[in-house]
Design a protein around this ligand. Structure first.
Ligand SMILES: [Zn+2]
Ligand SMILES: [Zn+2]
Length: 278
């Protein structure tokens, strides 16, 4: 580190050295900014936080997130349900291959922004806040599991993004709870078209044959925690859980930071009410 500083701060003697110095300083600062943001600021609003904290989100922004309580969620997939009933429409209509799923917040407003920055904004350090919130949720649920498996991304996505966001979240949970994270067990064997706008069945069809298991000996009779950043319809979690179980896993829990289904549920609820009126 001291050598690097020396090169940057030494006065360059000619134009070539100025270029080298600038290029190096630029790369170094982008790299260090990506890994260690300069000051401790709220990840949502940018306000200075007085002290370093495990969840780098200010109280105002934390209060604006819609946390999903146990009393108002689908008992199967964990999506937020505002109406009556124990299960969301997707869980009532479709077979779920995972045992139970839960998410920390509803995927909207600030939560949506956070996930967007984490996934597409080259800010891998957001993993700490999200991973710590997910750890708190897991502790409140009291789940016991033997291994953590992240939902995989394709090689192409990995190359574009530089990291698998689900693996980074798995790493934080692994460190917090001292449970190993296995990054080489689930493989996304083929690139699939974008899933935006697709319903559960279309997604299921879209993902068919795309998830493979490697090194299945690590899964035999194990309880697995499957980790993802966002659950949309639960199709990906379900397909991953099926592959894990076929490879010998005894039980598959799913945890994600955010869950989209609130919107789908509300819309479907409205549709049903409309139909009943007719
Ligand atoms: Zn804030
Ligand atoms: Zn559900």
């Amino acid at each position: 580190m001291s050598k690097i500083k020396l090169i940057i701060t030494n006065k360059p003697k000619n134009k070539f050295l100025v270029c080298v110095k600038n290029a190096f300083a630029h790369t170094f600062s982008a790299f260090s900014r990506a890994l260690y943001p300069n000051n401790i600021k709220c990840l949502c609003c940018g306000k200075d936080l007085k002290t370093k904290q495990d969840i780098e989100i200010c109280d105002v922004c934390l209060n604006m997130l819609t946390f999903i309580p146990e009393t108002s969620c689908c008992k199967k997939c964990g999506s937020f349900i505002t109406g009556s009933g124990d299960y969301c429409f997707n869980c009532m209509d479709n077979k779920r291959e995972f045992d139970v799923g839960r998410s920390v917040v509803v995927f909207k407003d600030l939560a949506q922004g956070l996930v967007h920055s984490f996934k597409f904004g080259a800010k891998p350090y957001i993993k700490n806040a999200l991973g710590n919130l997910m750890t708190n949720k897991l502790l409140s649920l009291g789940w016991k599991f033997d291994v953590i498996v992240p939902v995989p991304v394709s090689k192409k996505r990995l190359k574009q993004r530089g990291y698998n966001q689900a693996y980074l979240l798995g790493e934080v949970i692994s460190k917090n709870l001292d449970v190993p994270v296995l990054n080489d067990v689930l493989i996304k064997a083929k690139e699939t078209p974008d899933q935006v706008g697709l319903n559960f069945n279309d997604r299921q069809e879209n993902l068919k044959g795309s998830i493979k298991v490697n090194n299945s000996q690590h899964l035999k009779d194990k309880t697995v925690l499957l980790v993802d950043d966002v659950i949309t319809t639960g199709a990906t979690s379900s397909i991953c859980a099926k592959a894990l179980k076929q490879a010998g896993a005894k039980c598959v829990y799913v945890i994600s930071f955010a869950n989209v289904q609130d919107k789908i549920h509300t819309e479907k609820n409205a549709e049903t009410k409309q139909k009943n009126k007719k």
